[in-house]
Design a protein around this ligand. Structure first.
Ligand code: SF4
Length: 378
């Protein structure tokens, strides 16, 4: 099998499991899931360490989403990890090695792995606050399991100390594994959040010696003058979690968020952010699989038309979310749609560099892979 994009789509949609022997070394030699924010597995696994993600033969990164009913299974044969679909041998896969900083402590004695984690192969992830007020009013986004994940695993610190974040970033960068960061948090007032983010970035800059940090801040939707403040904080890119492009569906799926940020406000803010961060350094983040191909592609067209890039995550009907137990569209739907999306992005000429985000960051998105494969084919 050499259509690794289709294979990735199938594994994300159907989930995967692993034989016990194949999991040797997870959590020490190889990177384990840490549940820093959302849970993406189809079922919880409190007492079982599982890989965060893994690598296909062409370098494609795939998120590990446990589904014990899936036909995809990883087995260890002759010291190699082999992916099977039932009895059919598909290809060799590799777990991702665990960064050294996962076993280090900050000067205040915190385990660094509880402060920041690596997403994919090279993206250092910090969640500065695991909290979202929409849950307490039952207005959370229907695909979101933030609160359930935090309660189930309780594996990361809910609030992180600023110095610890800087020290963790310095340690992670010094290993040579990290290329960019992703910073995100729960719902705040814009002013408080931008203040906190600026302090965090000051700490990262001080500890790493960098002037401007490659990577993305994904805050509560940044609006008006706040956008420039995020730029001045020293991060190179900003993201907007629009989630769903279709306006009426957005209101239905994200009842709390849509009361605070309308579809129009997202577009206006993204346009403004592009004028400050420059083309290609603003990302519209969408959940892919809950709206039609037509409106999803309209979103790709509109966002790239504004000079933004897009990161669309393949939806997981994860436990603890309102949509738990539902089913995502077929892998073929994802492939058709993502290939059209990739064509739109390429035609838009929005810079699609690797500085702030790359295909190695996301095991749960197909767009960067589709564009990379497209570029390789030309
Ligand atoms: S805004 Fe929506 S997706 Fe984000 S944490 Fe809250 S409920 Fe979850």
């Amino acid at each position: 099998m050499d259509n690794y994009l289709l294979l990735k789509a199938k594994i994300l949609v159907e989930g995967i499991k692993a034989e016990k022997e194949s999991l040797e070394g997870i959590g020490n030699k190889f990177k384990a899931q840490n549940h820093g924010l959302f849970g993406w597995d189809f079922e919880n696994h409190v007492d079982l360490l599982l890989p965060d993600d893994f690598i296909l033969p062409d370098g494609t990164i795939v998120q590990f989403r446990l589904n014990s009913k899936s036909d995809f299974i990883v087995k260890k044969l002759n010291e190699k990890l082999i992916l099977f679909n039932r009895e059919k041998d598909i290809c060799e896969v590799k777990w991702i090695k665990q960064p050294k900083f996962y076993s280090k402590k900050t000067s205040s004695g915190e385990n660094m792995v509880k402060v920041g984690q690596i997403g994919g192969e090279d993206c250092l992830f910090f969640c500065y606050q695991n909290y979202c007020s929409y849950f307490s009013h039952n207005k959370q986004c229907t695909f979101c399991n933030l609160v359930a994940t935090s309660k189930t695993y309780n594996s990361v610190m809910k609030k992180k100390d600023i110095v610890s974040i800087g020290e963790t970033a310095a340690s992670a960068w010094s290993e040579g594994m990290v290329n960019h960061i992703l910073l995100t948090g729960g719902c705040f007032s814009n002013e408080k959040e931008v203040e906190l983010v600026s302090t965090i970035l000051d700490s990262i800059k001080k500890h790493t010696g960098m002037d401007r940090i490659p990577g993305t801040i994904l805050p509560s939707p940044a609006k008006g003058d706040t956008i420039k403040k995020y730029y001045d904080s020293g991060i190179k890119a900003i993201g907007y979690s629009m989630e769903i492009f279709d306006e009426s569906l957005y209101k239905a799926i994200c009842p709390g968020k849509s009361e605070n940020t309308t579809h129009r406000e997202f577009l206006d803010s993204i346009e403004k952010a592009v004028s400050i961060f420059e083309e290609g350094n603003v990302y519209g983040v969408l959940v892919m699989g809950l709206e039609t191909k037509e409106t999803f592609l309209e979103g790709i067209k509109t966002l790239t038309g504004l000079g933004a890039n897009v990161v669309p995550f393949v939806w997981s009907p994860n436990p603890g979310s309102k949509l738990s137990g539902h089913r995502a569209p077929s892998p073929e739907w994802y492939i058709d749609t993502i290939q059209e999306a990739a064509e739109i992005v390429v035609q838009s000429k929005v810079p699609f560099g690797d500085e702030n985000h790359c295909y190695k960051c996301d095991g749960n998105s197909l767009l960067h892979d589709a564009i990379r494969i497209k570029a390789g084919a030309q």
